[in-house]
Design a protein. Structure first.
Length: 572
C-alpha cells in the first residue's frame, strides 16, 4: 500500500525540527514521505527543497543525538586524511573523514541517523567511527573539493610519466605496416595519452582526430561546442590512428571500413574512464572520434540535471507507477541517456528486475541486466524486447524506438504491467506522440500506454565567477517570449564575460526540459487523431512549459544566457 504522510509518525530528527520550530508537523510528515520516495535522506530533501536552513538542521541534529557540531568553512581538503575510505563510499553516504586518532575515525555527516553509512565505513577501514554533525551545503562543498583534489593529484601523477598510463588495451598489433610501426613510438604515445587526460580534465564529451591533405587537427567538444586544441604534423596521422586503434583493440591493417572499439583509462585507484571509439575512412586517412563515457554522470542524481521542481515531481511520479511508458526525446547529444540512466538508478532496488537493450551499452550499471543490440546477428531492439518479456521484468529500458515492431512490443509491455523507458528522435513532446502514430501505432494504444514525455536540450551554464548582469529593454524581453506577468517580478538577466576558470564565460551545462504528463485532455486529442499543434496548445493550456519557456526560466534564474536559450530552443 502506498505510504501517505498521515501514516507517518514523527521521531528523531523530524520530531526535533518540529519542536524547535523549524518545520510544521504536517510539513515534516510530507517531507519524510517524499524523501523515502526519492530515496534521499531527510536532510538532503529539506535542504534541496529549501524547507529548512542547513544551519538550523545541523544544530537540531547535534542537540538531538548528542554529537558535536562543526563549521566546515575553515576546513581545507589538504588537511583531510587521504586514502582511508573509498571515495565511492563517501559519495554514496555523503560523508567526509576529518581526522584519525588511534583506532577512531572522526567523520563529518549531515544526517547522524544514517547508521548504514557508519557501519560500511567501519567495515571498509577497520576503524571505529565517531560522528560529527555538519551543515549539508558546506559538507557538499568540502566533499566535492576533496574528491576533485584527489583526482587532480592522480592526474598529476599520470602526467609525470605519460607513457605508463593504464589504458587497458595495449596489445601488439597484427599485420603491422608503416602506420602501425609508429603506434608504440614514445612521442606518439605521450601525445595521445596527454590529449585523453586533457579532455577528461576539462570535461570534454568528445575528441575528434581529423586528417586533411596538408594538415591534421584535434578538436574537443566542450559544453556542446567544438574547439581546436592541437595541430600535429600531417605526417603523424597514420601513427596517431594506429596508436588509437591499438588502444581500442581494433584491426590496424583495416583502413577501408569503419570500426568500433573501446578504451578504458584508469585515472585513480577508484575511478576509470571509458572511451567509445569509432573510425571512419576519409579522403586523406581515418577520422577517429572518441566519446567519453563517464559512469559518474549517470550517478549525479535528479537534482543535478536542472529540472524545475514541478518537472522533477512529474518525472518522479511517473517512475513510481507500476506500468506505462516514459519517453525521452531530443537530438543526439541532448542528454537523453543521462536522463534515462538517472531514472533507472532511482528504480534500481533489489526488489525490481530491470533489463535494458542499448546500441551500444555506454555505461555499466550494477544490478541492471544490460544487453548490446546487434542487428547483424538478429539481436535488434524488437528481439531483445521479446526476450525480456519472457524473463519476468519489472522495468524495461529500450535504447531507441526506431520502427513499428519495436514500438508495438514496447506499447504492449507498458499496457501489461511493465514500466518501459525509451527514446525517440523528435523535437518536442507533442511531435513524439504524432511520430508514434505515423509509425503505425494505433491512437488508442498511444493514449493508454504513454504516461510521460520529456523533451530536452543542453544549454551552457554561465560561469558563477564572472557572469555579468546585462540590461535588456522590456520590449525586447516581450519579443523574446517573456510575459507581462514575468516583467512584474524581480529578476536579472546575465550574460557571459570570461575568466580563467571558464570557457568564454560558460562552465558546464544544464538541462532545459519540456515535461508533459499525458492527461485526460491530451489523451482525448490523441484518440481524436489531433495533430502536434493541437496537442501543443492543450499542453500549454494545462500548464506544461514548452522548451523555450523552460529556457527563459533558466535565464530568469541566472543559470544561462538569453543567447544560449535561443541557440538550443530555436523554433520552439
Amino acid at each position: 500500500m502506498a505510504e501517505t504522510s498521515a501514516n507517518i509518525s514523527l521521531s528523531g530528527l523530524a520530531r526535533r525540527l518540529v519542536s524547535d520550530g523549524h518545520l510544521e508537523e504536517e510539513q515534516a510528515r510530507t517531507a519524510i514521505a517524499a524523501a523515502r520516495k526519492e530515496r534521499v535522506s531527510l536532510v538532503a530533501y529539506l535542504v534541496n527543497n529549501k524547507l529548512a536552513q542547513p544551519r538550523q538542521i545541523a544544530a537540531s541534529a547535534a542537540e538531538e543525538f548528542g554529537d558535536p557540531l562543526i563549521d566546515l568553512t575553515a576546513m581545507s581538503p589538504d588537511s583531510l586524511p587521504k586514502g582511508l575510505v573509498d571515495n565511492n563510499l563517501l559519495i554514496k553516504h555523503h560523508a567526509v573523514p576529518l581526522f584519525k586518532r588511534g583506532n577512531r575515525l572522526f567523520v563529518a555527516v549531515s544526517d547522524p541517523t544514517n547508521l548504514q553509512a557508519f557501519e560500511e565505513i567501519r567495515f571498509n577501514t577497520g576503524l571505529n567511527v565517531e560522528t560529527i554533525v555538519a551543515e549539508e551545503d558546506k559538507l557538499s562543498i568540502l566533499l566535492d573539493a576533496m574528491i576533485s583534489e584527489e583526482e587532480g593529484n592522480a592526474f598529476d601523477e599520470l602526467d609525470e610519466d605519460l607513457e605508463d598510463i593504464d589504458v587497458g588495451g595495449d596489445e601488439p598489433a597484427k599485420d603491422s605496416d608503416d602506420g602501425a610501426s609508429g603506434a608504440d613510438d614514445a612521442p606518439i604515445v605521450r601525445f595521445v595519452n596527454k590529449l585523453l587526460l586533457d579532455a577528461i580534465k576539462i570535461g570534454a564529451s568528445d575528441l575528434h582526430f581529423e586528417p586533411y591533405e596538408k594538415t591534421y587537427r584535434v578538436r574537443f567538444r566542450q559544453d556542446g561546442i567544438l574547439q581546436e586544441v592541437a595541430k600535429p604534423p600531417a605526417n603523424t596521422a597514420g601513427k596517431i590512428a594506429a596508436r588509437l586503434k591499438v588502444m581500442s583493440k581494433l584491426n590496424i591493417a583495416e583502413r577501408r571500413v569503419p570500426q568500433d572499439g573501446r578504451i578504458k583509462m584508469k585515472i585513480s585507484k577508484t575511478r576509470s574512464i571509458d572511451f567509445r571509439v569509432n573510425t571512419c575512412p576519409t579522403l586523406w586517412g581515418e577520422k577517429i572520434v572518441l566519446r567519453i563515457l563517464d559512469a559518474e554522470s549517470a550517478k549525479m542524481g535528479i537534482d543535478a540535471l536542472g529540472y524545475e521542481d514541478f518537472q522533477k515531481k512529474l518525472y518522479m511520479d511517473a517512475l513510481a507507477k507500476p506500468q506505462g511508458m516514459i519517453l525521452v526525446t531530443g537530438p543526439t547529444g541532448s542528454g537523453k541517456t543521462v536522463s534515462l540512466y538517472t531514472g533507472v538508478n532511482i528504480l534500481n532496488t533489489p526488489e525490481r528486475n530491470i533489463s535494458t537493450a542499448e546500441d551500444p551499452v555506454e555505461i555499466n550499471l550494477e544490478g541492471v541486466n544490460q544487453v548490446n543490440v546487434n542487428p547483424s546477428q538478429g539481436m535488434d531492439f524488437a528481439a531483445a524486447l521479446k526476450a525480456f518479456l519472457r524473463q519476468d521484468p519489472d522495468v524495461i529500458l529500450v535504447g531507441e524506438i526506431r520502427d513499428l515492431e519495436t514500438a508495438s512490443i514496447a506499447v504492449k509491455a507498458a499496457q501489461t504491467g511493465h514500466l518501459v523507458l525509451s527514446t525517440l528522435h523528435t523535437n518536442s513532446a507533442p511531435e513524439t506522440l504524432t511520430r508514434l502514430r505515423n509509425m503505425g501505432v494505433p491512437s488508442f494504444n498511444i493514449a493508454t500506454s504513454v504516461i510521460l514525455i520529456i523533451a530536452q536540450r543542453l544549454a551552457r551554464r554561465l560561469c558563477e565567477h564572472c557572469k555579468e548582469a546585462v540590461d535588456v529593454p522590456d520590449q525586447s524581453l516581450l519579443e523574446l517570449g517573456f510575459t507581462e506577468e514575468d516583467l512584474k517580478t524581480e529578476f536579472t538577466i546575465y550574460g557571459p564575460k570570461g575568466c580563467d576558470k571558464c570557457n568564454n564565460g560558460y562552465k558546464g551545462r544544464v538541462g532545459v526540459y519540456e515535461v508533459v504528463r499525458i492527461t485526460d485532455g491530451i489523451a482525448r486529442i490523441i484518440m481524436e487523431e489531433g495533430n502536434s499543434i493541437q496537442i501543443s496548445d492543450q499542453c500549454r493550456a494545462e500548464g506544461f512549459n514548452d522548451l523555450h519557456r523552460s529556457g527563459l526560466m533558466k535565464a530568469m534564474s541566472g543559470v544561462t544566457s538569453l543567447e544560449e536559450v535561443n541557440r538550443v530552443t530555436s523554433g520552439h
